[in-house]
Every structure is written in C-alpha cells, then in structure tokens.
Design a protein around this ligand. Structure first.
Ligand code: UDP
Length: 326
C-alpha cells in the first residue's frame, strides 16, 4: 500500500512511518516542521519507499497530488501540546480546523480512506470515568485558551463523521490518550520528556498544581499498532475509537518514579497552574480511557506499562546526551 501521513515528521507520525515501511509499504509524508522535526525522519531520508515533502498542507494543489498518489491517508498534522495551545490559540484553531477541512474535501473527491487523529482532550472536564466514545464532551468557557484545542479537534471529528455520512468518504476517528516514547519533545509541554530531562540534568522537577491530577500514558508503539489496525478494519469506518493505556498514575507519582528510575536527586518543585500556563487555567483531574470498543473491533490491548515507557524515554535521552558529548 501507498500511505500518506500528514504530520509525518512528528513524534507519532515518524514512528508510524517506521512501522509501515518495515512491513513493505510505501510512505509519503507532508510536514511543515512547525512542531515536527527533520531529526525524526533523518534515518528514513534515503529509504527507497519513503518520500517526504516539507511544506504546508494548506498548499491545496500539492496536497491534492499527494492524496492522489496515496491509497489511504493518516491525518496526524495538528497543533499539539498544552503549552503551545495556551500560547498560540489562533494557530491552534486555524491549523487544526483548516487542515482537516481541506484534506477531507480533497480526499472526498478522490475517494481515499482517511484516519483522523483526535485526542482525549475532547473529553474535557468530564468526570464520567472511564471515558467512553459515546460519553458527553464537557468543555470549559471560551475565554480559557486550553479549550480551543478540545473544540477544534471536536470539530475535526464532526467533520470526519459528517463526510462519511453525507459523502460516503470512509473516515475513522481515533482519540489518543497521552502517547509517549522516544522522539517526543518536552518543548510543547508534554510531561514525561520534561520530567526525564529535568531528572537527568539534576534540575528541579516541575509538578504543576498539587500533582494529584492523573493521566494514563500510552507507548507510541501501542498507539501505532492501534492506528494501523483501525485503518485496515473496514468495520471502523465512520466510528470513533479511544486508544490508550488504562494504567493510571498521578503526576506527583510520575515525578517520583522518574526520579527513582534515573537515580536522580532532583527536588520536586510545585508550580501553580497560573504561572505554568495562564491565569484561570483549568486542568483535568483524571483522564482514563475505556478501550472496550477497540478491543472488540481489532483485539487491541496495550503491551507496554508506564515503567517500560519511562525506561524507553530515559534511555533515548541518555543516548542523545552521549551522542552530543562525543
Ligand atoms: N505537567 C506537570 N509538569 C510539567 C508538564 C506537565 O506537572 O512540566 C502536568 C500537566 O499540568 C498535566 C499533566 O502533567 O496535568 C500532563 O500534561 P501534558 O501536557 O503532558 O498532557 P495533557 O494531559 O495535559 O494533555
């Protein structure tokens, strides 16, 4: 198969490209490197079945050609990371909605299957744990920047589903729960790369709020297996699926575990949300996926627990530090 990955130089997109290429497929990516990095795909640049284009996917004629050449599209390009979203809401809203609108319109003309990556952020402040795909989405007010991310991705979901119902474009929507692994950067706020880098450098570990908020972290290889499984599963068309681990850990517990696994003596520093993000910032106290639906559809289960994820991330940052020192 010939796959197009939008956002293919990003953390998840580049792992997806690796996996597809390893199974003999051809992969084209388009990425504007806004949050992705050429480093993520450097090892693939000379691969005979890999083709990359560094450009905006808002370039409609280019995107049209790339969709034409593909059998199916993984749409991963988006503005991500809570820090980036709070700091650049216009970019977040415009990127997330306009890119998806354009891609779906083009794919509909050409009849190409599209998997749209969404996010567990769409569940917002819901307390109906575990989050099921049919559950209500509970957003905060529009003067709090964070919610623009959830709303923009929810619009993407509505669009993808509407394209299936109205135009018979085969689409699948996937809500990703805190995917983590090597190549993820802490630059846009993601907690695990931040904690690991802080611990390895012996710097204070910045726990926002009181650290009792919890998350479930998913290894990127589990996420990639879920994305591919749903892309290949005809029964997933027009549906929404959670992909996430259900091993829950508090953020303070996470900081302590990173400290133990790195042997670091970093202290834990509590930072109020208003300073970390913005005044009146709202965080989710818990976020746990129900994965019954994806299990029933394709038998998907996460294979890596939080400790394995942390070890993989620690090793990758240690490897980078060693390479830089040479
Ligand atoms: N967080 C933290 N310290 C950091 C970065 C993040 O305590 O340096 C917290 C953040 O407030 C949230 C959790 O870790 O409660 C996960 O944050 P992340 O941005 O990785 O993902 P989110 O689940 O918020 O999308």
């Amino acid at each position: 198969m010939n796959y197009l990955i939008t956002g293919g130089a990003g953390f998840i997109g580049s792992h997806l490209a690796d996996s597809l290429l390893a199974d003999g497929h051809s992969v084209s990516i388009i990425d504007d490197l806004s949050t992705g990095s050429i480093k993520n795909i450097a090892h693939l640049r000379t691969h005979p079945r890999f083709h990359y284009v560094i450009n905006s996917m808002m370039n409609a004629s280019l995107l049209g050609e790339m969709v034409d050449a593909a059998d199916a599209v993984f749409h991963l390009a988006a503005a991500v990371g809570v820090k980036l979203i709070v700091e650049s809401p216009v970019r977040t809203i415009e990127t997330n909605i306009q890119c998806t609108e354009l891609l779906l319109a083009i794919a509909a003309k050409k009849g190409k299957r599209v998997l749209v990556a969404s996010t567990s952020e769409v569940y917002g402040k819901s307390t109906d744990i575990p989050f099921r795909e049919t559950g209500d989405l509970v957003m905060g007010p529009t003067n709090r920047g964070r919610w623009s991310y959830a709303c923009s991705k929810a619009i993407d979901e509505f669009l993808a589903i509407a394209y299936w119902h109205e135009k018979r474009l085969p689409t699948v929507v996937v809500r990703l729960f805190n995917t983590v692994g090597p190549r993820q950067t802490g630059q846009y706020g993601m907690v695990i790369p931040r904690f690991v880098q802080q611990a390895l450098a012996g710097e204070p570990m910045t726990v926002y709020g009181d650290g009792t908020q919890s998350r479930c972290f998913t290894h990127v290889s589990d996420t990639v297996r879920g994305l591919r499984g749903l892309m290949d599963h005809d029964g997933a068309t027009g549906q929404v699926y959670n992909i996430g681990n259900n091993q829950e850990i508090s953020i303070l517990g996470l900081a302590e575990r990173v400290r133990e696994l790195t042997g670091s003596r970093s202290e834990i520093q509590y930072i109020p949300y208003a300073i970390a993000y913005e005044e009146s910032f709202e965080d989710m106290p818990r976020r746990v996926p129900c994965t019954d639906k994806i299990r029933a559809a394709i038998g998907w289960e996460p294979r890596h627990d939080t400790d394995e994820i942390l070890r993989a991330v620690i090793e990758s940052f240690q490897g980078t530090a060693l390479a830089a020192a040479r």
